[in-house]
Design a protein around this ligand. Structure first.
Ligand code: BGC
Length: 856
């Protein structure tokens, strides 16, 4: 049993959380269910409810009150079992603070003078308090202006980093609920928090960054609520009685990195006996509309893996170069013991240039951490309020030998549940898939970002629009992206314009004022639909529908009666390899062709969403609009010869994959696309827009072999070129590293950008063979299309209904496939050369030679 897309049920922010459960193995499909809610010791049952719903089922009782804790169980009646199932194990959901009136915490931070235009030393805030007796339940509700890490009696609370994450703070600031019962003791206790500037008031963004984007204060907002054994309660919230002191972090920035002076650190600072009383000063109380505090809908950012260096090389008297063998996002943890005052500096980079860290691609992100040793014995340290994108690091200021056990790279990202796996007989393709996975990990850091290393790391709307189908296969990202889409809606301009990146921060002239742009703005229509398809969440689709509609209405008005969107700032097929390094929008495809294609695509998606939501009038209106735009597109961009005005793969890619051509036009367009690819020797010729579409456009028009040639090409530019050049993540540019080993001179040269990895969705559906044909994978088609000499593939996905998988292998006579259909789902297998076969839940072994199915 799970609640919404919320991973653990503690501190949920909706009063009527929807329930999802999976069916017992071998049960077939659900016929009915019964849910039991136990609140305050009293169990209530729904009785037998007939129906198949088991994903995001409406809360079957009175809404939760703030702090209320309910135990939930379910049992089901299924087609293949006579009796109802056993009751599921108990799952507990506990509401957070659902009402502004539940809060009485006040933001508190340093009261000393600070220059808001300069680097400010972060504060720690602290409060001693006394508990009158043993406590049976304690909750800490906590957030900050800036970033925080809390401790109670010297023990860290939770394990998340960069909390509270990044939202459109004036409207929404996330708080988290922690069970801290085990942190407390009767009598004297201390709570404290480290504070950092983070996104709230730190310096980040373009051209050297902007400070104080959301405010100038750095404050903690926390409310500790305890229940004593006798049932009485007490609350200790941030208020004017807290104290603040400068901490041992001297400087801290998301891009810059952190400087920590261990000489100034008392590890027991947040205990009742902690030293430093003399330095403590009263806090300043700051202000906040507590009605803007919201509970999270997805998991936090956490360390999910630790990686040891594969190579440590001494490069100077006091310098070592470390190679972690993997481009990753995180930070170093070092264990060092040296004389007081020794300053050890850690710098980071994704690639090397002539044996040194190549930091030019980082632009103005210095990615430098400094640890000043205390001389009080071995110290294990890692920075708190920063992350870096790197494979290599340089440690300087350390003259003794540095060994691999002294340094660990800790990998951080939003700790989503992994749900997707793919592997095939081609090791290069497997590495490509790994690279996609790593780029997703590195760029799902509370919001979906473009890149994790340079002075950007923003929620670029176009990047996630094209990557969301891949992302939603690999990880359960529904809760995280739902939160971010809420912010997209909040940042939407009154005329319907969707910003280039969300949250919006001051931009370069190119991005200011904000213009509506195709492929980026279409995140409003396409991405909620993608998430609904993959996670079966109609509520999500409904919530974001007004944003989607406003976007399409805006584009409709911009296009006017011609139905052609052929004006304004457009990025076209961004980063087409033919575009010059300094003008990535100047690719070979007319940018207005792309804009009109996306207009039709978005209108079509809006119509689909309207139909799914039962809004027939809108469904009809926007489907007619989509038809009209497609017709205008054909008149304007398809020549009488069947060629397109931009005779480029992306032009044919959008026309085919978005269904903009008439049936007689499709075949010649597919042929021309294939011909273009072949003429270019199957090197890739598409950017952000064409890349996710081109393999599907080829596959769907009978050119599967050409799609495989594209996939398997290793010459530059191509997906596998990057792999043969040693890539361990997806690059921003096809030639971020050029064939001669030099770095691309363009101002944007990231080695960790997931966008061009959007081909993984084709790997999952076409090479692997798993496609959802009804929301949430309730209906599945298994249609593997082998080619390119790939002789086997294994693909698995954790759907909301359970595991779906297919493992196929080519044989002398055809193909064998082991298939698993989740309980509650229907499937069809369409194996090469065979008529479709209907499959029910469970395991199946299919052999195309025998055309027979044997149940396992
Ligand atoms: C980002 C992109 C983004 C683009 C928009 C870049 O700087 O890194 O991935 O979509 O700008 O033009």
């Amino acid at each position: 049993m799970s609640f919404e897309h919320f991973p653990d049920g503690l501190g949920i922010g909706v009063p009527a959380p929807r329930l999802t459960w999976t069916l017992p193995k071998g049960g077939g499909s659900q016929e009915a269910y019964e849910v039991e809610l136990t609140r305050a010791g009293r169990a209530d049952r729904t009785g037998r409810v007939a129906g198949r719903d088991q994903v995001l089922v409406a809360w079957p009782g009175a809404p939760l009150a703030s702090r209320e804790r309910v135990t939930v169980r379910v049992r089901v009646w299924t087609t293949d079992f006579d009796a109802p199932s056993d009751w599921s194990g108990p799952s507990v959901v506990e509401a957070g603070l659902l009402d502004a009136a539940d809060w009485h915490a006040v933001p508190v931070g340093a009261a000393w003078d600070e220059d808001p235009e300069a680097e400010r030393r972060p504060a720690r805030v602290r409060k001693d308090f006394c508990l009158a007796g043993p406590v049976t339940r304690a909750r800490l509700y906590i957030t900050a202006h800036g970033l925080y890490e809390a401790e109670i009696n010297g023990r860290r609370v939770g394990d998340e980093t960069l909390a509270p994450g990044w939202t459109v703070y004036p409207h929404r600031l996330r708080y988290r609920t922690h069970d801290v019962t085990g942190h407390l003791t009767e009598g004297a206790n201390t709570i404290g928090a480290w504070l950092g500037d983070g996104w709230y008031r730190g310096k980040y963004g373009f051209d050297g960054g902007t400070r104080n984007i959301y405010g100038t204060d750095q404050s903690l907002i926390a409310q500790l609520e305890v229940t004593y054994e006798d049932g009485t309660t007490a609350s200790f919230a941030t208020d004017g009685t807290w104290s603040a002191a400068p901490g041992p972090i001297l400087t801290s920035g998301l891009y810059e990195g952190e400087t920590f002076d261990a000489r100034l650190h008392d590890p027991g600072w947040a205990t009742p006996t902690g030293s430093g009383a003399g330095e403590r000063t009263p806090v300043r109380t700051n202000s906040r509309d507590l009605g803007t505090l919201v509970a999270p809908t997805g998991p936090p950012v956490r360390c999910t893996e630790e990686i040891a260096p594969v190579e440590v090389t001494r490069t100077g008297d006091d310098r070592h170069l470390l190679d972690f063998g993997q481009n990753l996002v995180g930070r170093l943890r070092v264990t060092l013991d040296g004389p007081a005052g020794t300053a050890v500096t850690l710098r980071h980079a994704e690639v090397l240039e002539e044996g040194e860290l190549a930091t030019r691609p980082l632009r103005e992100a210095y990615a430098t951490d400094t640890l000043i040793l205390s001389g009080r014995g071995p110290l294990t340290w890692e920075p708190r309020f920063t992350l870096h994108g790197f494979r290599y690091a340089e440690v300087s200021g350390w003259t003794a030998d540095l060994t691999a056990d002294m340094v660990t790279a800790r990998v951080y990202h939003t700790d989503m549940r992994r749900t997707g796996w793919f592997e095939c007989s081609d090791p290069l393709v497997n590495r490509l898939h790994e690279n996609v996975l790593w780029s997703m990990r590195g760029n799902f850091v509370d919001i979906p970002t473009d890149c994790p290393q340079r002075d950007e790391r923003l929620g670029w709307t176009g990047d996630i629009q094209i990557f969301a189908p891949t992302a939603s296969f690999l990880y359960d990202c529904a809760g995280m992206l739902d939160s971010w889409l809420t912010d997209v809606g909040l940042e939407q301009l009154p005329d319907g314009t969707i910003p280039w990146y969300v949250p919006v921060i001051p931009g370069e002239p190119m991005w200011t004022p904000i213009h509506p742009g195709a492929a980026w703005g279409d995140v409003a229509t396409v991405t909620p639909w993608t998430l609904h398809q993959r996670f079966g969440d109609l509520g999500l689709l409904r919530r974001h529908y007004p944003m989607a509609k406003k976007w399409v209405d805006l584009v409709e008005s911009l296009a006017g009666p011609t139905r052609l969107w052929d004006t304004g700032v457009q990025l076209g097929d961004w980063l087409d390899p033919a575009a010059p390094p300094d003008d990535p929008a100047a690719g070979r495809t007319d940018r207005y062709l792309v804009a009109t294609a996306y207009f039709a695509h978005s209108a079509r998606h809006l119509a689909l969403a309207a139909a799914a939501l039962g809004n027939d009038a809108d469904a009809e209106r926007y489907s007619a609009l989509a038809d009209e735009v497609a017709e205008a597109f054909r008149h304007r961009y398809v020549l009488p010869s069947g060629r397109m005005t931009s005779d480029s793969p992306t032009a044919y890619g959008v026309a085919l994959a978005f269904g903009l051509l008439t049936p007689p036009q499709r075949h010649p367009a597919g042929d021309r696309l294939a011909q273009l690819v072949v003429e270019d020797d199957a090197r890739i010729a598409t950017g952000f827009v064409g890349t996710p579409l081109i393999c599907d456009a080829l596959t769907d028009t009978g050119h599967l072999d050409i799609a495989y040639r594209l996939l398997l090409q290793t010459e530059c530019p191509s997906w596998l070129y990057t792999v043969t050049m040693g890539a361990t993540t997806i690059w921003e540019r096809w030639d971020s590293l050029r064939p001669d080993g030099s770095l691309n001179p363009g101002g944007m040269t990231s080695f960790n950008h997931y966008a061009l990895g959007a081909v993984a969705d084709w790997l999952h559906r076409v090479v692997g063979g798993i496609t959802a044909t009804a929301p949430g994978y309730r209906k599945i088609v298994f249609r593997p299309r082998p080619g390119g000499g790939i002789t086997s593939a294994r693909t698995r996905h954790e759907t909301p209904y359970g595991t779906v998988s297919i493992s196929w292998e080519q044989t002398a006579t055809g193909m064998t496939a082991d298939i698993v259909v989740p309980e509650g789902c229907e499937a069809t297998a369409e194996l090469p050369g065979c008529a479709p076969v209907a499959l029910g839940p469970g395991e199946h072994v299919l052999d195309t030679a025998k055309l027979a199915i044997q149940a396992v």
